[in-house]
Design a protein around this ligand. Structure first.
Ligand code: GDP
Length: 532
């Protein structure tokens, strides 16, 4: 085993300057645009301070796009990493759009904070709500960014109200828009009252011009828009909408910022807020309830296993979030579940243009371990002092299919493929004696997960499958006694989840579920996370 322990103060200082976060939003709210704007902004700042600066902008953009291209299918998530002053930001990408699945949720197991991105015209939308549910469950502090203020949208007070009423988060605006959405004049900082004017660049280019304008001048030039904003600010002060840091840390309050990612307006304020308020990595609680401090020897948790990222190599990459200690490439880690050693000679970074080798990593960082056969989502890796982190919860599936090999002579490959996809968390695999081993039920949060199964079973495992839809739409965790009560009832079936042996009851619809709950008040039916 190589040493690589680092001294404790070093590790603590490195952890303290990291911010590991994700953006949660509904498709089209502007996540990609904002991600790029944040990275560009940070890069531009870095460039300004660098002696041999060439255009940092192109660099970040092309990295991001190459990465997308290299990945081929957009079911992956990677890490965008950038330095901003003293702070090192790890922005974990969550797959968006129709690929929405458990993958997105799992990324949230690896972050310390999140930006909740809202479209100013749409407010809270379905996927934002589901993702927020995960944040709440994991106690992840959330910073809210109301985007697209350059376009017609809703009233700011109405949006704040929606956040408070629908998800119970107490909003604390850090800045306030002057001019209604669509006739956006600029932003007033609540603390200190500085005004930054928003001006489109002449000729309709996308970047806005931001200029600082003294309040008196702004009052004169912006007229009614200004006085309305000032009145609203007074109202906010009256109702005490100030940020309570403890409530933010506890996930019951959210700082709110307004802006527009596309013209890059209000993005620097957001970046500053992430650096200032988002939590740094801190001690992680293990499965006995004991905290493992960031300065303890290395420990990390697998939050994602990705196959086929590099098609030429057919590899399988385990993404590990560093929870404590200094990681050095070449270290021999212990795989907590099996007790076996794991070599890390080929550890990689999972960001940037290429997957380059990685030499050291600290709490909050993400490392990629290629060809890590046997690693599954939730597994703990450590050096020296043993630790097991609690499993990453499985999420409530809403789509169910029976899988069968189309060619019976491929039964072995079928079994191996299904087990592998189960371990990666592509789908949850549910079995029962009644259905038998050759016809497992696959459960998914998003239907696109099944397309991945079909493609990979055929191409990667040489066992083409036929999937048949089951009429279930909702699932609950149950116990043995309740399973007996449910057995033989119409519209419900109890299956065993392969990965952890949990008993899962699946129901045709919520009515059936509620009717059974009413009929048998003592029955155990536990909601899974983000249940639909
Ligand atoms: P994602 O699906 O959340 O990643 O959203 P995208 O970043 O792809 O943005 C969706 C659409 O909204 C694109 O056409 C963007 O150009 C546009 N968009 C994003 N941010 C803004 C903004 O601040 N203002 C305006 N007007 N359009 C925006």
């Amino acid at each position: 085993m190589s040493g690589g322990t680092g001294t404790a103060p070093d590790v603590a200082a490195e952890a303290a300057r990291r911010r590991t976060f994700a953006v949660i939003s509904h498709p089209d709210a502007g996540k990609s645009t904002l991600t790029e704007a944040l990275a560009l902004h940070a890069a531009a700042i870095e460039q300004a301070g660098a002696v041999h600066g060439k255009s940092g902008r192109r660099g970040v953009r092309s990295d991001w796009m190459d990465m997308e291209r290299a990945r081929g299918i957009s079911i992956t998530s990677s890490v965008l990493r950038f330095e901003y002053g003293e702070v090192l930001l790890n922005l974990l990408d969550t797959p968006g759009h129709a690929d929405f699945s458990e993958d997105t949720y799992r990324v949230l197991a690896a972050v310390d904070g999140a930006i909740m991105l809202l479209d100013s015209a749409r407010g809270l939308e379905a996927q934002t709500l589901k993702l927020f549910d995960v944040c709440r469950h994991r106690g992840i502090p959330v910073i809210t960014f109301v985007n697209k203020w350059d376009r017609p949208g809703r009233e700011p007070l109405e949006l704040l109200d929606e956040v408070e009423q629908r998800i119970g988060l107490r909003p604390a605006p850090l800045n306030w828009p002057v001019g209604v959405a669509g006739d956006f004049r600029g932003l007033i900082e609540r603390d200190g009252g500085a005004f930054t004017r928003f001006r489109r660049t002449p000729g309709g280019a996308t970047r806005a011009i931001a200029e600082h304008v003294p309040a008196e001048q702004a009052a004169e030039e912006e007229g009614e828009a200004w006085s309305t904003a000032v009145e609203e600010l007074a109202l906010l002060d009256e109702i005490g909408a100030a940020l309570d840091p403890d409530a933010f840390a506890a996930g019951t309050a959210t700082p709110v910022l307004f802006g527009a990612a596309l013209p890059n307006f209000g993005v620097s304020a957001l970046l500053d807020t992430v650096c200032r308020l988002a939590p740094a990595p801190s001690a992680r609680v293990d499965d006995t309830g004991t905290e493992r401090p960031v300065a303890a020897p290395f420990a990390g948790q697998v939050f994602k296993v990705q196959a086929g990222m590099d098609r030429a190599h057919r590899d399988r990459l385990a993404f590990v979030r560093v929870c404590s200690g200094r990681f050095e490439r070449g270290m021999s880690l212990t795989h907590a579940r099996t007790g076996r050693p794991l070599a890390t000679k080929y550890a990689q970074t999972v960001f940037g243009r290429d997957r380059s080798t990685l030499d050291a990593a600290y709490p909050g960082d993400v490392i990629g371990l290629p060809n890590a056969a046997g690693l599954t989502v939730g597994d703990t890796l450590y050096v020296r002092t043993p630790v097991v982190f609690p499993p990453i919860p499985a999420f409530a599936p809403e789509h169910f299919m029976v899988a069968r090999a189309t060619d019976n002579s491929r039964a072995k490959q079928f079994r191996r493929g299904i087990d592998q996809l189960d371990g990666e968390g592509v789908v949850q695999v549910l079995r029962s004696d009644l259905r038998g081993d050759q016809a497992p039920v696959l459960a998914a949060v998003g239907p696109l997960q099944f397309d991945v199964v079909t493609a990979r079973m055929a191409e990667e495992f040489g066992a083409p499958v036929e999937l048949t839809r089951l009429d279930y739409s909702t699932a609950r965790v149950t116990d043995k006694e309740s399973a007996e009560t449910l057995s033989g009832r119409r519209g419900v079936e109890v299956l065993t989840r392969s990965l952890d042996g949990a008993l899962i009851a699946v129901f045709v619809d919520k009515w059936r579920l509620r009717a059974l709950e009413r009929e048998h008040p003592g029955i155990t039916l536990t909601r899974m996370l983000a249940a639909g």
